[in-house]
Design a protein around this ligand. Structure first.
Ligand code: AMP
Length: 203
């Protein structure tokens, strides 16, 4: 199962919740790359630089990493994915990987609002939103007590770059799946539980 949508559509929160409800693994290239960006290697540094500016990682690296993960026993059966394919090249190279694709729709205004108010825990990776899902104690992670941070790529300039990339590169991926008749649209502006229920009922 693949969850797609622009930045801020709640892909990762919805995909994680869905994987948990179905009891199957979750695969996110964004999380893999953010983890790699912490490594003090030339590749780690290159990835960090691209992520911070809102640029995509090159297709060769991305496909290689996705394929490595897909070989793991956890991903031999059903799983929920998010973050890829990001362009037509990736979609064509990972053809026939997905049976069901849910596209979370959301307006540009709502995207800006959500992304600039997102905060993440650098330690346990939990996501919060100052407007819709604030932490119990200001600036502190509910789960592990670490200090919450704003992702560099959630700052205005990087968001604009990411949305431009999404429009130019990822939108054609949606058309590619739409033509195959496997793309299902879901209104991504509703409360998280409503969205999860709808997706579960359509699986
Ligand atoms: P995300 O959390 O999905 O927005 O991903 C964060 C960043 O990781 C993106 O802005 C890209 O720099 C990189 N990234 C994640 N997935 C991909 C992908 N499939 N192809 C290229 N770059 C990616």
């Amino acid at each position: 199962i693949l969850i797609v949508g622009p930045q801020g559509s709640g892909k990762s929160t919805r995909a994680k919740l869905l994987a948990k409800k179905l009891g199957i693994p979750y695969l996110s290239t964004g999380e893999i790359f953010r983890q790699m960006a912490k490594e003090p290697t030339p590749l780690g540094k290159k990835i960090k630089n691209l992520i911070d500016k809102g640029f995509l990682i090159d297709d060769k690296t991305t496909i290689k990493i996705v394929k490595e993960y897909l070989k793991k026993p956890a991903f031999k059966l059903d799983f929920v994915a998010e973050g890829f394919p990001r362009n037509l090249t990736q979609a064509k190279m990972l053809k026939k990987l997905f049976d069901k694709i849910f596209y979370l729709t959301i307006s540009q205004k709502e995207i800006m609002k959500r992304l600039t108010s997102r905060r993440v825990c650098p330690n346990c990776k939990a996501n919060f939103n100052l407007l819709t899902q604030p932490p119990k104690k200001e600036g502190i992670c509910d789960y592990c007590g670490a200090k919450l941070v704003q992702r560099k790529d959630d700052q205005k300039e990087a968001i604009k770059k990411r949305l431009e990339t999404y429009r130019n590169l990822t939108q054609p991926v949606l058309d590619f799946y739409r033509q195959q008749g496997i793309l299902k649209e879901v209104d991504g502006e509703r409360p998280i539980n409503t969205i999860s229920k709808e997706i579960l009922s359509r699986i």
